[in-house]
Write a protein that binds this ligand. Structure first.
Ligand code: DGY
Length: 334
């Protein structure tokens, strides 16, 4: 890569709140410029800021497309995203230009699986005629709704003895299955393009998407957003689910036809949903999902464990540094 007049590579970091570990690593070897915005950079500022850089350290909130690559110019050698998901990057365009892409698989699997199970937990125990959910249970305890122990109050379906269906059985889907198994579930089903050898040891059974929908008590989406998974959870899918089904999504909002989900929740076509991802993000405050008592919305915090985010930051930096030196990257998107 072309070095700048300082003799050092120039890297632009699109957020000023990236975990420090990665930034420190980059600063040892590169000239690092960072966004000064308190949150996601406005597009026009991003386009100006990347001009002439060799590397971009970005997050899933930045759309890295042809326009950004053009704005950066021919000196750009690498995009490092602090995420495992890469649907915000025009991968084909990067390939065409020889711009390498680094991402952060593996290091966030545990944190994301933990949050997925937590999200499941928020949903599974606290439903009685769709009215109560864990945040509401907290509210009852704090605000005097807790009058006495009551046999049917705050009850909901248990995980023990249930069938859990996981759509997308990659790293995160498998990590979720391993955790869920510990709750004495009856069956774990998975839907995936290819058979996964790890499924045998986990005891998960490969089924068709329709079987997953019709047989599962809990349906968890762990599928990456690609053209084939876009809105795979649509009206027809929700209609095939059990009326008592609980749907959890911690992958990308785009895997769901959100209007169809809202309708399914409003009409009690399914019992409830727990979402860590939505379309768009952040979800506008007037979105019906935020008003529904049978839906928990979390603000995309799947990987938000302190150590995980720092490791992701360091991995992103190492991806960038190695790419700039023309070396093999620790996690290159091929
Ligand atoms: C990812 O990495 O893609 C998650 O959505 C955020 O950590």
């Amino acid at each position: 890569a072309r070095k700048m007049s300082s003799g050092r590579y120039q890297v632009f970091v699109t957020r000023n709140d990236m975990p420090q570990g990665g930034i420190d690593l980059l600063k040892k070897e590169c000239d690092v410029k960072m966004s000064t915005h308190p949150s996601t950079m406005p597009r026009e500022d991003l386009l100006k800021a990347v001009a002439g850089v060799n590397g971009i350290f970005c997050s899933l909130t930045d759309k890295i497309d042809k326009e950004v690559l053009d704005a950066a110019g021919p000196g750009l050698k690498v995009i490092g995203t602090i995420s495992v998901g890469h649907d915000h990057i025009d991968v084909a365009e990067c390939k065409k230009r020889g711009v390498r892409i680094g991402y952060t698989p593996d290091v966030l699997t545990d944190a994301t699986a933990e949050l997925t199970v937590k999200n499941l937990e928020l949903r599974w125990r606290s439903f009685y005629r769709h009215h109560a959910a864990s945040p509401e249970a907290q509210h009852e305890a704090r605000c005097g709704g807790w009058k006495s122990w009551a046999p049917t109050w705050m009850t909901g379906p248990g995980l023990a003895g249930s069938t859990v269906g996981i759509a997308g059985f990659g790293r995160i889907g498998q990590a979720v299955a391993r955790r869920v198994k510990a709750f004495n579930t009856k069956k774990i089903l998975y839907f995936n393009r290819s058979e996964r050898p790890e499924a045998q040891e986990i005891g998960a059974i490969k089924v068709s998407f329709d079987e997953l929908l019709t047989q599962s008590d809990f349906i968890i989406c762990c599928a990456a957003l690609v053209p084939e998974t876009k809105e795979m959870f649509n009206k027809a899918a929700f209609e095939k689910m059990k009326k008592t089904a609980i749907f959890v999504n911690t992958s990308r909002g785009g895997t769901v036809d959100q209007d169809a989900l809202i309708e399914a929740l409003q009409n009690n076509t399914i019992r409830a949903a727990g979402l860590d991802v939505t379309t768009p993000e952040p979800l506008p405050l007037d979105n019906p999902l935020l008003k529904l008592t049978n839906c928990v919305v979390l603000p995309h915090i799947g990987s938000a464990a302190i150590e995980t985010r720092n490791t992701m930051s360091e991995l992103t930096a190492n991806n960038i540094l190695t790419a700039l030196k023309g070396e093999p990257m620790p996690a290159e998107l091929c």
